[in-house]
Write a protein that binds this ligand. Structure first.
Ligand code: NCD
Length: 360
């Protein structure tokens, strides 16, 4: 069963097909208005969300389908201690497809392994957010007519910002893209991630200076400091106002650049930028709905085609498996009971959240 946990689950060719499908849906929505008829999407959001949940729901209605949903995390059985795996096993009997958001890194993989229907990761902790990336990619493609040879300046909380992690994973697979990562020292990208990008021969620069990065940008990707991932509230208070884009700062950026933000913004972009012709953050939300339509359409079609042949993200047994402890305190392995914590060979990374592990 095909799911979307990480943007790398889709090849470049498949992402390009999703973008082409979204264009087709924008041009001819009536052709798709019954494509998910009698199908049910379950939205399981264990973290606050306004636009992402409603975007999934609007997408499903746009395809003629139905939606079931828990009103909020506090109303769900998770508060009684139910595991993610049990919840997804049950949901598979109610819905044809599930979109899940969860505060723990790696929760989406747990869900996928337990479900019998496609699961879409709508954000797992500070790890990944692949459907935001699909929204971002359609926005970039509609603007520049391409997804390659672009300079992307990502700004803000690059440590916990899952939207940047997924965007980087996706855009580094298109040739000629360059990345300038602007953050306070404390909120730099995870070190292993930077090493992985550099190893792939990608041009990536890290800096604390927004104004020095702006003149190079095609895409200025602003992000919020992720308050909910901080253990120390004082640390959040100290870092939250690190970067603000306003009319004055934007004089450093070129006329052909665009400003993006996954939203919600909490001070990273001054309201005076809303009337700047380079602002694209509200278009991003429309593009997100269209890409989620294209994604749901595709996953339902593939599920129908391959209903017998299971190609789940199995964690396969092997003679050389080793058990491990993950170094990430927010990893789902710290919370979910009964998970397979095995790595194969010498690969010292957590299967669920990609952090370094200690083999035990
Ligand atoms: C983002 C998220 O949830 O990661 N928002 C979204 O999906 N619209 C970004 C954020 O919350 O800062």
């Amino acid at each position: 069963m095909r799911s979307l946990i990480n943007i790398s689950d889709f090849s470049v060719a498949e992402i390009d097909e999703l973008i082409a499908c979204a264009h087709e849906m924008i041009a001819h929505p009536e052709k798709y208005q019954d494509s998910a008829k009698n199908k049910i999407l379950a939205t399981l959001f264990y973290e606050p969300s306004t636009r992402t949940r409603l975007s999934f729901e609007a997408a499903m209605y746009g395809l003629g389908g139905h939606v079931i949903s828990v009103p909020s995390a506090s109303n769900s059985s998770a508060t009684k201690g139910e595991t993610i795996a049990d919840t997804l096993a049950v949901m598979s009997n109610y819905a044809d497809i599930v979109a899940m958001r969860h505060p723990h890194d790696g929760a989406a993989l747990v869900a996928t392994n337990a479900a019998h229907v496609p699961v879409i990761n709508a954000g797992d902790g500070g790890h990944f957010h692949p459907t935001q990336t699909l929204a971002d990619m359609l926005t970039i493609e509609r603007e520049f007519g391409r997804l390659e040879n672009l300079t992307i300046v990502a700004v803000g909380d690059l440590l916990y910002g899952r939207t940047v992690h997924s965007l980087l994973h996706a855009m580094m697979r298109y040739p000629g893209n360059r990345f300038i990562m602007v953050s306070p020292e404390e909120l730099r990208l995870p070190r292993d991630f930077v090493a992985h990008v550099q190893l792939a021969g990608i041009d990536i620069i890290e800096t604390t200076s927004l104004t020095s990065a702006l003149p190079h940008a095609d895409v200025i990707y602003m992000t919020r400091v992720q308050q909910e991932r901080f253990d120390d509230p004082h640390e959040y208070e100290r870092l939250k106002g690190a970067y603000e884009l306003d009319a004055q700062t934007m004089t450093h950026a070129s006329d052909t650049s665009i400003v993006m933000h996954p939203l919600p913004r909490v001070g990273e972009i001054a309201p005076d930028i809303d009337s700047d012709p380079r602002a694209r953050y509200f278009e991003q939300t429309y593009n997100g709905k269209m890409m989620r339509m294209a994604l749901i359409h595709r996953l339902l079609r593939e599920a129908a085609e391959a209903s017998q042949s299971q190609t789940r993200h199995e964690i396969s047994e092997s003679q050389e498996t080793k058990f491990y402890r993950c170094s990430n305190p927010r990893c789902v392995t710290k919370y979910e009971r009964g998970l397979a914590l095995r790595i194969r060979g010498a690969e010292p990374q957590c299967t669920y959240c990609d952090y370094p592990v200690t083999v035990i």
